[in-house]
Write a protein that binds this ligand. Structure first.
Ligand code: SAH
Length: 226
């Protein structure tokens, strides 16, 4: 990929703001700038290839964005797409709103809440997004229930995963079936693996279950194996 004018500077500024805030609240275990370029910026950029197919004005939500990864670095380089950064912790989203303003980003919305709540039937966020992205929020059997309800039918969940992607996919097989979702592919990247899911039909109305339930009893995973 190639960067537009000012984009690399903006990514550097994001890291500076993130590492500075990290001295006040715990947002990342990474304290070194060089490592942060790889683990935060480069790891985020591995989603650009898949997201580049989205039309202008498309909407993407980053579920459990924490310090803004991967959504905020992506918003820095994909001005034609609108990013919603979701996290359950208000202190984190308050930081993200300040960071987006400091970076001059006009394509970012910040939302405080739980994916289980905003994914419910009747919520304006359910089935509202062309793509749902996430990193380090849980294994696929859990994460699929948190992300799929937010995607439009035909939309994608583009999930940053590591070496265990295949194992997690095998475990999530039933969950994906229950959520009317297919594994569209896995992309090998310089930093790990990106798993792409495609929502085939409407999510059954009982999903997502109430707060904490997806993690406590992952969908389609036999008790005891969770
Ligand atoms: N995506 C970031 C942060 C990962 S830590 C990164 O890769 O660096 C996981 C984050 O997800 C935490 O900030 C936590 O508050 C948030 N989170 C966990 N479960 C959530 C849920 N059900 N809904 C919304 N946010 C959630």
């Amino acid at each position: 990929m190639t960067f537009g004018p000012g984009e690399v500077d903006r990514l550097g500024l994001f890291l500076a703001i993130l590492l500075d805030e990290n001295t006040r609240q715990n947002l990342t275990a990474i304290r070194d700038t060089d490592e942060a370029w790889e683990k935060h910026v480069l790891d985020s950029m591995t989603l650009v290839g898949v997201l580049a197919e989205l039309p202008e004005g498309a909407r993407v939500i980053d579920v459990g964005t924490g310090g803004g990864v991967p959504g905020l670095p992506l918003a820095c380089v994909m001005g034609q797409v609108r990013f919603t950064l979701l996290d359950a912790t208000a202190k984190k989203t308050a930081f993200l709103a300040r960071a987006a303003a400091a970076l001059g980003l006009t394509n970012v919305d910040v939302l405080t809440g739980r994916a289980e709540t905003i994914g419910q039937l009747g919520s304006e966020h359910r089935a509202a997004y062309d793509a749902v992205i996430a990193r380090a929020v849980g294994r696929l059997a859990v994460l699929s229930e948190l992300t799929v309800p937010l995607a439009k039918v035909g939309g994608l969940c583009v999930l940053v995963k590591g070496a265990r992607a295949e194992e997690e996919l095998a475990e999530a097989k039933k969950a994906l079936h229950m959520l009317h979702t297919a594994h569209a592919g896995t992309v090998e990247t310089p930093t790990g693996r990106v798993v792409v899911l495609e929502k085939l039909r409407d999510t059954p109305k009982m999903y997502p279950r109430r707060d904490g339930e997806p993690k406590r009893a992952p969908l389609g995973v036999e008790k005891g194996k969770a």
